[in-house]
Design a protein around this ligand. Structure first.
Ligand SMILES: C[S@@+](CC[C@H](N)C(=O)[O-])C[C@H]1O[C@@H](n2cnc3c(N)ncnc32)[C@H](O)[C@@H]1O
Length: 172
């Protein structure tokens, strides 16, 4: 998948507000997306209403939607600049994941490699409180509340633009 280089040219006000670490960017390669989609379809075949947490310019959900045309996807991204880089016809908006309502979705993808531990823990608690469905994460959850209330499905070694990463699939 081609990543728009503009995504990396961040305005200084965003860097000071959110921290460079939290704004780290990377995605899946086309090979990685194919494997992600194949694994999603194993656990959720129809009526997919997916949410990409930290969606950048929405390219990933555009690519997923091409492979599963009957699915519906949305995304939230903390960087206004990245939202403004949107070129695809997808539904994405600027916001902080901790302020979003997860109840309507049945698939969540969160490339949380760059989130700090405080955010990760809050997210895991929020997911268990609000979400029912397939949860796809790059971080093996450590929050006890999450672990007790979810079913681990599998871990899949997946190609990304960084390197390959293990992606973990849970049912909640
Ligand atoms: C590694 S990128 C993932 C991009 C995309 N999901 C993908 O897999 O192709 C993570 C994104 O999460 C965003 N982000 C960081 N903290 C966030 C938060 N609290 N709420 C929403 N997005 C956040 C970052 O700005 C970054 O664009």
């Amino acid at each position: 998948m081609n990543i728009n280089p503009k995504l990396f040219i961040l305005p200084s006000n965003e860097v000071s507000k959110y921290g460079l670490e939290n704004l780290t960017y990377g995605s899946l390669t086309i090979k990685g997306i194919n494997l992600l989609v194949k694994t999603i379809k194993k656990y959720k075949c129809n009526n997919i209403y997916g949410f990409d947490i930290g969606c950048g310019d929405g390219e990933l959900i555009y690519q997923i939607n091409k492979l599963i045309p009957e699915s519906k996807w949305e995304g939230v991204e903390i960087s206004d600049h990245r939202i403004n880089c949107q070129e695809r016809d997808v539904h994405i908006w600027q916001g902080d994941i901790l302020d979003e309502n997860l109840r309507e979705y049945n698939v969540i993808h969160v490339d949380n490699l760059c989130f700090d531990d405080v955010l990760e823990n809050k997210l895991e608690e929020k997911v268990i409180r609000e979400f029912n469905g397939l949860y796809i994460t790059y971080r093996k959850p450590i929050n006890n509340y999450f672990i007790k209330n979810s079913i681990f499905l599998e871990s899949v070694d997946t190609e990304t633009t960084w390197d390959s990463h293990i992606i973990h699939y849970y049912f909640i």
